[in-house]
Design a protein around this ligand. Structure first.
Ligand code: ADP
Length: 261
């Protein structure tokens, strides 16, 4: 709590009373802490691939370059780590762009089923070597949604990409329908599922259920945090239903209304 006091004077001498401002700093401190945590998490996340890149470059310079097989293996690792850095920086920039509501002026009526088709087309190469069936069911009567198309596309890419990453075989279903003035988008998979204990923290930045698995899949740990921010931008909500070994369903509900930002 911060307290600020100032005398209220009628004339130079006459004291009328005291103006007391008591400010609850809890929220401000909380935000400060989130920001500091984020910066230290980002530094750590950036440092890990960089340290690995530097290590392999040094080893190559110290002679490993002369062994073609070893050199190729090291270069492949450097390649993967560089890509990880690239995606990480891209996600960090995207998150801050959404937070600062940049580009929110580009809003227009969009056909959600068309965006879903675009997303499945983009992500096709991600599942083409897996025994996965991806199907889309969109109600005919889904009204056009007033939004920045890139945002909804990003939300879908992150959810469907996760469904692909964490599902070895089976089905991924993407549904969209209209329910009581809400646009509902569901992404359901038959993948590894998520234990209930992790669900409350799932949308936190850099939170992963299994760090090793996420890294192997090329995850940045920011995907769901970006999804949550986009959902909040449209004043909607997101829910997760999941069972370990059976699969996961993300349900996004966005209110239909004119958003003038
Ligand atoms: P990541 O880049 O690690 O995938 P996300 O923020 O997208 O980061 O997701 C956070 C964590 O939530 C993931 O590391 C993963 O453990 C879990 N997760 C997300 N989507 C799914 C899913 N469809 N099935 C199982 N686990 C999931």
């Amino acid at each position: 709590i911060s307290i600020y006091a100032n005398p209220i004077k009628l004339e130079k001498t006459k004291n009328l009373g005291i103006l007391l401002v008591i400010e609850d700093m809890t929220q401000i401190r909380k935000l400060e802490n989130i920001r500091t945590d984020f910066v230290s998490n980002v530094s750590h996340e950036l440092k890990t691939p960089l340290t690995s890149i530097r290590g392999f470059v040094d080893t190559l310079k110290n002679g490993a370059i002369n062994d073609e097989t070893v050199a190729k293996r090291f270069l492949d690792i450097i390649d993967i780590e560089t890509e990880r850095l690239y995606y990480l920086i891209q996600d960090i920039l995207l998150l801050s762009e959404i937070e600062s509501k940049q580009n929110e002026k580009i809003i227009q009526y969009n056909k959600i089923p068309d965006i879903i088709d675009e997303v499945t087309e983009i992500l096709k190469p991600r599942w083409h070597n897996k025994p996965l069936e991806v199907n889309c069911q969109c109600d005919d009567g889904v009204p056009d949604f007033l939004c920045n198309k890139d945002r909804i596309k990003q939300l879908l890419i992150n959810l469907v990409d996760n469904a692909i990453k964490y599902t070895e075989k089976g089905q991924i279903s993407i549904r969209c329908f209209d329910a009581n003035h809400y646009l509902v988008i569901e992404v359901e998979d038959t993948g590894i599922g998520i234990d209930q204990e992790h669900i409350p923290r799932l949308f936190e930045r850099f939170y992963r259920v299994d760090r090793g698995r996420s890294r192997k899949q090329g995850g940045t740990g920011l995907g769901l945090s970006i999804v949550k921010h986009i959902v909040e931008l449209y004043e909607g909500n997101i829910k997760v239903e999941s069972e370990v070994g059976k699969g996961t369903k993300f349900i996004v509900k966005l209110p239909y209304k004119n958003i003038e930002k």
